[in-house]
Design a protein around this ligand. Structure first.
Ligand SMILES: [Zn+2]
Length: 478
């Protein structure tokens, strides 16, 4: 008799899982019509080529950083290429390399900010198949450092605003175009612009910076193209672990050396991952893309109340992107001991890069590490760190405008919030706005994404048009 009850309960349980999975259907994505005027593709391409030819390389290493003249050249190009914008707004310089334009709208209470940066990371020219600053066009691609990160988005903002202004467009709301020349070194330009906006009492209804893109094969079981909009970004922390030893000759060692003690500590950290935590951006992503996944995966995503421990285990075992969405990660990247094979080191050190999930602060991450490391002699030192950003809203008018412009440009793409792993300048704007979004309006293959900060960075020429077209729609609706 008991056996029948157990079998009945089990069947019921399975039925609940299956029904929930079957009902976990995609939500209709309805957005208002968002049209755009035609832009001049040839002019946009020519302008972008000139942008790429400016070697605006930022680096903390003065030997790699470009001279100021390259940055000045870029800023002068803006004045030359966009006379309508400059008729309305001077090129205001804020901070070390910040540029701000203000295009007044009919109202000032819901301003929109379009961000980008015009500096790029250094290149290893020998690794490139085409020169990184010549802006050559080959096989339908424009080659060059900064094509993806992120002179094309800067071009998109400027071309769109110029085109619209030429047609006599007056935006509903004030528009701010805010560009930094020192993003890649975590410079002070965007923080200075934010401080200035704060001083002027500006509370943006929308801030858009680089970030997600239109991508494929990003989520297990989803075949459609997805447009991912970053609604938050993880914090970043470089942490040095160090341990003092007594040095001495290696012929008469103690049972354990500082090297093995440090190794033990690091292994303990790795064996005790940070807690599994689904933050709002990840929850919303699972809820949007999980509904478009295969039926087997829908059983998991529709029933997280019961599969959470299983998902946690899979994430721990697999690591990689899925794991990084769900927890704070800690990757050991550098280690240093003795300089000679037969000398015990007077001190050993390791460095780890942590990416902090929402709900984990720099301080709480360090407390977790101290607890699991079980070695009070290991000293921790913060080399640099930024806290995780707040979560932006996905029900605001600003969010809807971004979605409508994406839908107008890529009608078949599934739009989803996501948690960005990389840090961008946009996080500074969270101090003055709840509506900070990270989206680079371009299709990006996984190969393209890998070329960012590496070699052979290039953008498909037709994606330059798509980018301009997106900004025409978005700026036109602001
Ligand atoms: Zn960038």
């Amino acid at each position: 008799m008991i056996g029948i009850y157990i079998a009945g309960a089990l069947l019921l349980f399975i039925a609940v899982l299956l029904i929930r999975a079957a009902m976990f259907r995609p939500r209709q994505q309805d957005f208002p019509e968002c049209t755009a005027p035609e832009a001049d593709s040839e002019v946009a391409l020519r302008h972008l080529q000139e942008f790429i030819r400016c070697r605006t390389v930022s680096s903390r290493d003065p030997a790699l950083a470009a001279p100021e003249a390259e940055f000045e050249k870029f800023r002068n190009l803006l004045k030359e290429f966009y006379p309508e914008i400059h008729k309305i707004s001077p090129q205001e310089r804020i901070g070390p390399a910040g540029i701000l334009y203000k295009i007044p709208g009919k109202h000032s209470d819901a301003p929109c900010v379009f961000m980008s940066h015009y500096d790029v990371v250094p290149v290893d020219e020998a690794a490139w198949d085409k020169p990184p600053f010549a802006a050559e066009i080959a096989d339908g691609y424009l080659w060059g450092r900064g094509t993806l990160d992120t002179k094309t988005t800067l071009l998109g903002v400027m071309e769109a605003a110029e085109t619209l202004l030429k047609q006599g467009f007056v935006p509903e709301n004030d528009l701010y175009l805010a560009f930094a020349g020192d993003e890649e070194i975590g410079g002070e330009s965007q923080p200075a612009i934010v401080a200035e906006m704060n001083r002027r009492g500006i509370v943006p209804a929308l801030v858009l910076d680089e970030g997600g893109a239109v991508v494929e094969k990003i989520f297990p079981g989803v075949k459609e193209r997805c447009a991912l909009i970053g609604t938050a970004e993880k914090g970043s922390l470089d942490l040095e672990f160090s341990l003092k030893g007594n040095g001495g000759h290696s012929s008469t060692p103690k049972p354990r050396t500082p090297v093995t003690n440090m190794a033990r500590a690091s292994v303990r950290v790795e064996e005790h991952p940070f807690p599994f935590r689904i933050t709002p951006p990840t929850k919303e992503m699972l809820d949007t893309l999980g509904r478009r996944s295969s039926f087997a995966l829908k059983i998991v995503f529709a029933n997280l109340w019961c599969f959470r421990p299983l998902l946690d285990l899979i994430c721990k075992k697999s690591g990689g992107e899925i794991n990084a969405l769900m927890r704070t990660t800690c990757a050991f990247t550098m280690m240093k001991g003795s300089e000679a094979p037969n000398v015990l080191p007077p001190s050993v050190s390791m460095v780890a890069n942590l990416r902090l999930n929402g709900g984990t602060s720099i301080e709480s991450a360090m407390a977790h590490i101290r607890k699991v490391m079980k070695n009070d002699d290991v000293e921790l030192r913060v080399i640099q760190g930024s806290q995780p950003s707040p979560y932006s809203r996905t029900d605001s008018p600003g969010w809807k405008k971004v979605c409508a412009a994406i839908h107008g440009t890529w009608p078949e793409a599934v739009i989803s919030p996501y948690l960005m792993m990389a840090a961008s300048d946009s996080r500074h704007y969270c101090a003055i706005s709840e509506n900070v979004y990270r989206f680079s309006p371009m299709e990006m293959s996984s190969e393209a994404r890998k070329s960012i900060h590496a070699h052979n960075e290039k953008v498909p020429v037709e994606q330059i048009d798509a980018c301009v077209s997106f900004y025409l729609r978005l700026i036109g609706s602001c």
